[in-house]
Design a protein around this ligand. Structure first.
Ligand SMILES: [Zn+2]
Length: 201
């Protein structure tokens, strides 16, 4: 049994986090190195649709955070088409400076796989992670990080620091930026606009 199948069996216990994508994607995504050239193209497009799927889940986590009055950022950890963990920003709710969406999603994923190494997984997050969360992705041995909009004031993936690519660290994370960036950014700017409106009222 490969790691994905093992995680999937565990993941089923976390029903609120488990959402399945199209089964056609799965059977191709986990075939791995035996794929021919023509099938590799399919894997690429399957990966792209899984990425959109993961980011849409992260966006729904962000929306839920926003409804609680939190800055709307959401994150999801997936292994292939299996959701291992999800989380939305809860800094205000939990009175916790570390309760960023990514940290909560990684903690949930670690519980699902019963270990702190979440190898081969992808972390989806609606906004470019800060230094703490980019560091957490490295520490969790996340393979890919996919984020939506940039974070001009705290981004530690490309904007202010490039933690996932820093060769001095013992693990590197592949980065895909700008996925559904507009939707992710609009959610944040709408939140801050309404905050300013209510402060001015
Ligand atoms: Zn963070």
């Amino acid at each position: 049994m490969d790691r994905a199948s093992a995680y999937e069996a565990e993941g089923r216990r976390f029903e609120s986090f488990l959402v399945r994508c199209d089964d056609v994607c799965v059977s191709f995504l986990f075939v791995g190195g035996s794929l021919g050239e023509s099938q590799r193209g399919f894997v690429t497009s399957a990966q792209a649709s899984l990425d959109v799927f993961g980011m849409r889940l992260a966006l729904s986590e962000a929306a839920q955070a926003g409804m609680l009055g939190e800055v709307p950022v959401g994150a999801v950890v997936m292994l292939g088409n299996v959701v291992l963990g999800a989380g939305g920003n809860r800094r205000e709710t939990l009175l916790d400076p570390t309760a960023h969406a990514e940290i909560l999603a990684l903690r949930n994923a670690a519980k699902t796989v019963r270990g702190w190494r979440i190898c081969d997984a992808t972390l989806y997050v609606t906004q470019e992670p800060c230094a703490m969360c980019a560091g957490a992705a490295v520490n969790a041995r996340i393979r890919r990080l996919v984020y939506g909009c940039p974070n001009p004031k705290a981004g530690a993936v490309q904007t202010l620091f490039q933690i996932p690519k820093d060769e001095r660290l013992n693990h590197r994370v592949e980065v895909v930026s700008g996925l559904l960036a507009e939707e992710c950014g609009v959610m944040l700017s709408a939140f801050f606009r309404s905050l300013r409106a209510s402060a001015g009222a």
